[in-house]
Write a protein that binds this ligand. Sequence first.
Ligand SMILES: C[S@@+](CC[C@H](N)C(=O)[O-])C[C@H]1O[C@@H](n2cnc3c(N)ncnc32)[C@H](O)[C@@H]1O
Length: 339
Amino acid sequence: MFSCAHGAEGIVKESIASAGWRLSFSRPGFVTAKHNDNAPLPTDIFIRTASRSLGSGKSSNADELIERLIESISTLSLPLDHLHVWPRDRAPIGRFDFEPGSDEVSMAVASRILERLGPERLRCSAANEIAQPSEEVLDVVLVDPSHWFFGTHTATTLPTRWPGGVQPVSPEYEPISRAYYKAAEAIAWSGFDLRPGDLAVEVGSAPGGACGRLLEMGLDVIGIDPAEMDPRIAEHPRFMHYAARAGDLPRRIYRGAKWLLVDSTVKPDATLSTVRNIVDSRETSIRGCLITMKLGDYERASQIPRWRREVERWRPERIEIRHLARNRCEVCFAVTLRT
Ligand SMILES: C[S@@+](CC[C@H](N)C(=O)[O-])C[C@H]1O[C@@H](n2cnc3c(N)ncnc32)[C@H](O)[C@@H]1O
């Protein structure tokens, strides 16, 4: 069973079907499929979580569903290390302010499951903790509050360790925009080693959510955006603003920058040509780029291989692409450059 953003299920279905999976029950943001062989769980840019399904239950009585869950895990080697419970995305990210991850109902369900399963079935003392690599996680997806799917997965990469593939973040201050969470997730997922004192440049920085995250992490930050920055960022002693479009600025302003974040409302081809001009210059020594590529609609995902080939021309060390949990209809390219 797979979770993805509401609207991305069509691409997920296409990608798993081409890997030999037979499609089964699905809803927006949730897909299930079967495989004849004991195939490994597939990965894809748009798959947020993947678990081996143990079954499902439908009832308006939560205790009945928990009974069904207990029955379905009875053949497993118990206890499992963690319990992750989350709801299917009920809307596209950002629409009506919708954000993915646990909500009041799933949190209440999680506590009830934890209590009923007890230490003989679950090793954790709280639900929705971050799992460590190789730990076994019991997954419960609330497709609807009265329709649950159960499964398990082994934690490996960072997103597989987060409950529902959504990074738990506790901001120090009220974030200036939701881009704070998107930047936090991109930085963590990329594995880039951002350190206090490093210089980061963000293209498309206004109003300043992502810059807020970078400043909170102790970096020096340059923001490039013709629009105004929020005063809490603009007046920060480690922040500098160029009120211009990235393409209109000389490349020397990127001198000394180790990290480049791009989140401008610009078409992907134009974004890539701007970034290429920056990273190709002898005046710059960027180590890693986190580039948000706006799709507009999911059909445009077919362009991702072409964009990837374009980035390969920069001769990077590594390219990773993911539809981050906090991405709207856009994907994040994490590009590690040779220095
Ligand atoms: C999604 S918003 C950025 C949000 C921001 N990253 C944050 O953390 O709050 C997109 C921004 O891209 C800016 N933009 C559009 N074209 C640009 C360009 N050529 N150079 C720099 N910024 C640009 C817009 O003015 C807008 O503020």
